[in-house]
Design a protein around this ligand. Sequence first.
Ligand code: ZN
Length: 183
Amino acid sequence: MKPAVIVIDMLEEFVHGRLKSPQAESIIPAIKKIVDTAREKRIPVVYVADNHTPYDPELKVWGQHAMAGSSEAEIISELEPRETDIVLYKRSYSGFRDTGLDIILRNMSVDKVVLTGIHTHICVLHTAWDAFYLGYSIYVVKDAVAAFSEKDHEYALEYMEKVYGAKVITLDEALKLLEGRFE
Ligand code: ZN
């Protein structure tokens, strides 16, 4: 069983911008610990980042956000990717849709995804949905994901657990998992 860490939408737009999660800043240290541990253990770290073009369907719901080429679409400097990380750009909620993520993970024999980032009830949830149907074991780190509100966050965690069979784990459990001490 090989894990990969997926960092979802930790962008200027969602951490400091118009569509920010009020909790986004508070999860940065947990994500940093997770990606640092993964790099140490040579576990793949994959960033999936919103990068919109003007006619993407979700702009009808949210307005323009994280537009390709804008500063809002940049990954926050605190979590700047390293050379060994993989960065993929997406135009929908799911990190799997039209990004090549599935084949990249399969080429690395990854069968477990450890989900971090924002928002718990939108892009994290839709990434979990695709991961479920593609046959991955899903771990959602509750201390490393955030939403617009505590209600959205809690509801989405429960939904992913009940409907996709995701394991909702703590930061400590995530670190143990990356060190091969948690199943
Ligand atoms: Zn978007």
